[in-house]
Each structure stands twice: as C-alpha cells, then as structure tokens.
Design a protein around this ligand. Structure first.
Ligand SMILES: O=C(O)CCC(=O)C(=O)O
Length: 281
C-alpha cells in the first residue's frame, strides 16, 4: 500500500472510508439487490406487506408467549397507548421468541437498502388490541426526531401479524404515500385498514401517518412491533439499560449489533477507540 493510500485508509473522516462504513450492514450488497423491487415499492407507497414470512408454528409460539406475558402486563394508561390495549415493552429482554422476526434476512436487507445506512433496533413491543379498543389516531413515528421536512428516511417500522388482521379487529390504519408529505398536520383523508394473514409483516416508513385501528370484533389482535432506525440516531428504547448484559451476551452477533453494541457511521459508540462488539468474542 502506498503511503498516501495508507494515510487515507487510516483517516475515518475520508469520504470513501465513511461511505464504506455507512453501508457496512448485516445484509450483503447482493441481498439488498435481490429485494430492489420491495425497496422501490416501499419508497413509492410508504408501506409494504410481505406474507408468509413466519410459519404457523412460529406464529403460535410467539402468540402463546405473548398470552403468558399478558398476565403481568397492565392495560394502557393513555388514549395513545389504548385503554383496551396491552403493550409488552422491552420485548427482547422478556423472551427470545422475537429473535427470528427481528433478524429476518429479507426484512433486514429491505430496511438497510431503504435507509441506505447501518441500522439498529429502536424498539420492540408486543401490541395486543382487545375487543372494544378504539382507533388510536394517526401519527408519524419519526416525529421523535426534530428535523425539518422533507427529510431522508430515518426509520422503518414493522408490524408482524400474530393474529390475522381483519377489517374488524383493528388492523393498522395508514395513509398510503403520506410519508413524503411535508405538512405537520394529519391529512384530512380517510386511512386504509391493513388486512393480512397471521405470519405476515407490514413494513412502513417512519414518516407515514398511521395508527392502530378500532377492534370491533370479539377477539384480540396481537402484533409484534419491531421498529428500526439509522444506527447513528438515538434508539427509542434504551437497550443498554433495558436489556441485561447477561441476555445480550447470549444473543446472536446480528442481534448484538442491532441492539447498538457495534460502532455506527465512523466512530459513534466506540469504547477506548475500539468497536465494543469485540467484547462478546
Ligand atoms: O397497533 C398498531 O396497529 C399500530 C400501533 C402504533 O402505531 C403505535 O403504537 O405507535
């Protein structure tokens, strides 16, 4: 290596070094290329539904675990949380049943390709709408970041249907295409209700107006909400405190990275100049 290329490689602020680092994700360029059509649809509509990503056994396993945890889970205490809704916050500390959807290779490739960035898990929550729940009201998840619009995509939410979403049980409401709107007011248009079989996943740009639907059926609607953001942003759930190190040590390497135990961009999250992911070797 010539002296000038060695200097370049050793300079984290060099544009090429930053570019290489930015896309050092969990998926390969080939995996992202294979989902180019999904990424294009997500970019156009602001949401995407993929069916059949979890098999029936996995759906049953996650559902049974949610039902068990529900026994110790209070109902929501605000209209936004839902007075007839049970939210299992900090899902990744409580059960290993979400590890598979959380690291699903197709979903990860789509999100990394869409955000054009390393990504991390922002929050993991079980959301069960009980009969009688009213519609949540539309909101944008990426409003947590105080940046002007238009803005580049910062977050992708995923909602995994553990029960089939039907027109009556509170399938997520959303306004297609609204992710690119620069208005801060909710558009005066009727939302659509997402309908999808159990085992499917809804992916949506964090800028899309959406919310939980009303559950007018006599059954619960269980979903697993796994939200991702660019790895250089602050996570919604503070994974370093909410998930014990003992739990993190036992996770797969992709999950450790998704929880934020690797460096992001060029030097963010380093410890003593090193990438802390090596602590787990
Ligand atoms: O439960 C749903 O369908 C969506 C929930 C949601 O958007 C939220 O709680 O922020």
């Amino acid at each position: 290596m010539s002296e000038s290329s060695a200097r370049k490689a050793g300079n984290p602020f060099d544009a090429d070094v930053r570019d290489t680092q930015r896309l050092k994700g969990l998926s390969s360029p080939e995996e992202r290329e294979a989902v180019a059509a999904d990424i294009q649809n997500l970019r156009r509509d602001g949401y995407l539904i993929l069916e059949g990503l979890l098999n029936a056994d996995k759906v049953t396993e996650i559902g049974a675990e949610m039902d068990t945890i529900h026994a110790a889970t209070p109902l929501g205490i605000t209209d936004f949380e839902g007075f007839c809704t049970k939210r299992i916050y900090n899902f990744m500390e409580k059960t290993r049943t979400a590890d598979e959807p959380c690291t699903h290779p197709r979903v990860i490739a789509i999100i990394e390709g869409y955000l054009q960035s390393q990504i991390q898990l922002s929050s993991a929550t079980g959301i069960t709408l009980l009969p009688g729940e009213t519609s949540q009201g539309l909101h944008r998840d990426d409003s947590v970041y105080p940046l002007p619009r238009p803005r580049p995509p910062l977050m992708v939410g995923t909602l995994w249907a553990i029960d089939a979403y039907t027109p009556a049980n509170g399938g997520t409401e959303l306004l297609p295409g609204s992710h690119i709107s620069t208005e801060e007011e909710v558009p005066a248009k009727p939302p659509i209700n997402i309908v999808m079989p159990a085992g499917s996943v809804l992916l949506f740009d964090g800028g899309i107006w959406h919310g939980g639907g009303a559950n007018t059926s006599d059954r619960q609607r269980r979903a697993l909400s796994l939200s991702y953001c660019c790895a250089w942003l602050r996570q919604q759930e503070n994974a370093y405190l909410s998930i014990s190190l003992e739990t993190v040590r036992a996770l797969s390497r992709p999950l450790q990275c998704l929880l934020g135990y690797t460096t992001a961009s060029i030097m963010l999250g380093q410890v003593e100049r090193r990438n802390p992911i090596h602590w787990f070797d």
